[in-house]
Design a protein around this ligand. Sequence first.
Ligand SMILES: Nc1nc2c(c(=O)[nH]1)N[C@H]1C(S)=C(S)[C@@H](COP(=O)(O)O)O[C@H]1N2
Ligand SMILES: [Mo]
Length: 240
Amino acid sequence: MKESSPLPPGQVEIDDFPRFGLATFAFRFPAETERIEIAVDGDVERPMRFAEELQTLERVEQVSDLHCATTWTKRGLCWGGWRFRDFYEQLVVPRVQPEADAALVVLRGQDGLAQSLPLEDTLAADVLLADRLNGEPLGVDHGAPIRFVAPAHYACKSVRHLNAVEFWRDARNYRFPGPRWLMNPPRARVMYEERGSVFPPWVFRTLWPLMIPPVRWLYAQGLRRRQKRAWAAAACKAKR
Ligand SMILES: Nc1nc2c(c(=O)[nH]1)N[C@H]1C(S)=C(S)[C@@H](COP(=O)(O)O)O[C@H]1N2
Ligand SMILES: [Mo]
């Protein structure tokens, strides 16, 4: 089912949906792909880990588009999971008790990616913690066991393999693991074409599409290498 709304400025629709992302993370995979656990920390009263507690939140399904800053858009993805807002209001606030002015959210993936967003952006109704995609459990290619999804922001903010969320008062507690100008605008809002910092959007619009084929290739190599290792491990087990 295709959405009929126009694409955001500078985006091009793709039909396939391969694993993609920051080149640095192409060969990194989560250690845990089944069990969901999210550690919450930062300027908070009581750091905590949440696992089964997530099941107490209302489950939601949502169809939304994923826009990568390199200009590709995958439309009509059906995510299943929980609203980040419910997670924050019903679990984090009462139990972890962040400081009232802890308004910077840091999201970490098991592969080492860290991203940040203003708290206000994460509380939008379409921001999810997703463990399902198109009616199936989230695969390792798209973020197993759970992924942050923020459709109004470029996909770099939609951290796969999410395992930690931090609430900080001060942006100095957050460091992007990579060159700052690269893919780390503070909000990366699709509507305002905040594709990157330092340079104007047209620079990224022009140069980044060149990155799509090599990054796709790297990410496919990453999956292939992981698959080979899994086969080797299975064969080794069978011999014993
Ligand atoms: N953990 C993690 N999450 C990530 C990335 C990454 O490298 N590591 N890349 C981001 C970028 S830049 C994009 S475009 C999307 C791609 O999502 P997909 O792999 O589901 O297509 O994941 C985002 N989330
Ligand atoms: Mo991206």
